[in-house]
Ligand binder design. Structure first.
Ligand SMILES: NC(=O)c1ccc[n+]([C@@H]2O[C@H](COP(=O)([O-])OP(=O)(O)OC[C@H]3O[C@@H](n4cnc5c(N)ncnc54)[C@H](O)[C@@H]3O)[C@@H](O)[C@H]2O)c1
Length: 266
């Protein structure tokens, strides 16, 4: 049985715990850590997992894998310490890997320690085909993300924009993946997954739509294999409109695949 530790006890961690409790997946959740102790204690009540006081404490437990589902800022510490303690890692806050130096550092650390870093496909479709097509030549990768204004509110506020004044679909960002993740760190993890899979920095457009009820991600990839186009209209999680239900399912699926004898897709 796969033994799991989780750093970050918010929306995604809660959905992972619910998937275990409902029998969708059958790992053992051994340890939890959240910088907000109340969150880890609340989630601890749903499992028999030990509530830890730090990442250092969590990574010394008897675990097969550590799941980072906290924040971009938590990635370096969590992944480095987990790998150094011989644990595999799943990273959800993949926006952290817009920092190429951090990605390279953790890639090399995983190699040195003979461990793996898993990056779920998140809230987008087509990563399997994009990964395969990257073995040919990819010329262009475009991501257009349309979200309800509510889900972009915090990022817009940080940029000095008042979300309340948006009364029609409005392009609030156009640029490359590196700029996108700086300005919308909690909203645009998918652009980094896309860029890592295609090995091409994605061009990103973000639209705030006051009438939208889903987080929509449209992808266009052009390359030597032809053209890939995908669209997903994601339902936001009830507890956190920034996070799509599919993103949580993608990590739950990775956990399931780790215990299955057959793996489907690239
Ligand atoms: N890869 C994807 O497609 C994708 C999709 C959705 C969300 N995400 C990312 O996954 C992460 C978790 O998402 P969520 O919806 O569960 O968020 P959430 O806000 O509901 O929960 C995050 C939890 O992590 C805790 N936390 C934050 N920083 C921490 C730190 N440094 N150490 C320990 N705990 C910390 C918070 O207190 C909170 O309880 C976020 O970074 C989010 O951007 C990725």
């Amino acid at each position: 049985m796969l033994k799991i530790g989780m750093v970050g006890c918010g929306t995604i961690a809660t959905l992972i715990v619910k998937a275990v409790k409902s029998g969708k997946i059958n790992p053992k959740i051994v340890a939890l850590y959240d910088k907000n102790r109340h969150k880890s204690e609340e989630l601890g009540k749903l499992t028999n997992a030990e509530v830890c006081n730090s990442v250092d404490e969590l990574v010394t437990k008897d675990l097969d894998i550590v799941i980072e589902c906290a924040s971009v800022k938590a990635v370096d510490e969590t992944v480095s310490k987990a790998l150094r303690n011989g644990k595999n890692v799943i990273v959800m806050s993949v926006g952290a890997f817009a920092d190429k130096n951090l990605f390279l550092k953790l890639y090399n650390l995983a190699k040195e320690n003979n461990r793996k870093i898993y990056i779920p496909s998140g809230a987008i479709a087509g990563i399997d085909a994009i990964k395969a097509s990257s073995l040919g030549t990819i010329e262009e990768v475009i991501l257009t993300t349309t979200k309800p204004v509510e889900g972009l509110k915090d990022a817009l506020k940080n940029l000095g924009m008042d979300a309340c004044t948006i009364s029609k679909p409005t392009t609030v960002f156009e640029g490359d993946v590196f700029e996108a993740i700086k300005e919308f760190p909690q909203n645009i993890n998918v652009s980094v997954v896309l860029s890592l899979a295609s090995k091409i920095p994605a061009k990103v457009k973000i639209i705030a739509d006051p009438s939208a009820v889903s987080n929509k991600h449209e992808i266009m990839v052009k390359g030597s294999i032809g053209i890939i186009k995908t669209t997903v209209e994601n339902k936001p999680c009830n507890d956190n409109p920034k996070t799509s239900a599919l993103a949580a399912y993608s990590v739950i699926r990775v956990i399931k695949d780790l215990s299955e004898p057959v793996r489907i897709g690239t």
